[in-house]
Write a protein that binds this ligand. Sequence first.
Ligand code: ATP
Length: 236
Amino acid sequence: TAPADLLVIDNLRGWYGESQALHGINLNVRRGETVTLLGRNGAGKTSTLRSIMGLLARREGSVKFSGSELIAASPDQIARRGIGYCPEERGIFAGLTVQENLVLPPIIKAGGMTLAEIHQLFPNLAERSTSPGTKLSGGEQQMLAIARILRTGADLLLLDEPTEGLAPVIIEQIGHAINKLKERGFTIILVEQNFNFAASVSERFYVIEDGRVVDHIAAAEVADPATVANIHSYLS
Ligand code: ATP
């Protein structure tokens, strides 16, 4: 039997002040899946993640996580239910060490990774444990931003453009880490502009345009060059 849906989003609409950014997002994510949101700049990918976390000033529709309706919940309540958000800007505290950044988010429930497991996943972070946040490379900052939500016990990880601005060798390391997280059972929603990277870790893709889902593609279809050409037409 197919794994159950962990997240079901129905007709999600979201606003910044008077300006509506999301016009009815529908998507579902099964437990253990990695799903990528694709689309041009300004399509609404980041707004979808922020809206799942309850970070938009106003949202309507339905966001069901593990069977519970979260549309009226606060960002804090949503995080406590087990959703971890890694924003595009990474949000590393420059004045804190790697270790201090790592232990900052509170543990919300059992089942998160231990520090030893995190250090095994990201050996660079173990080496840089006492370095201040300011001294980290872009890749290390990205690793720390992901690492920080792995301790908390969150089951669903929202990762916004983790490969942005990183060198190919670092992108490969991030991809390797994401595949390890999948093996461990994390469910992931990824926002990506880098389709090749997304294809290397994802089971399914949703294409977003103008705050709506306009296409849905399974990883198996990506073997077809016509599908890939179609996806690139959505991104260019
Ligand atoms: P990008 O890759 O550039 O982040 P995106 O697909 O994630 O693109 P969003 O950032 O979600 O797109 O933006 C969706 C829409 O919401 C755009 O029209 C954008 O101008 C608008 N928007 C985003 N952030 C704000 C904000 N803080 N205030 C007002 N409008 C915003």
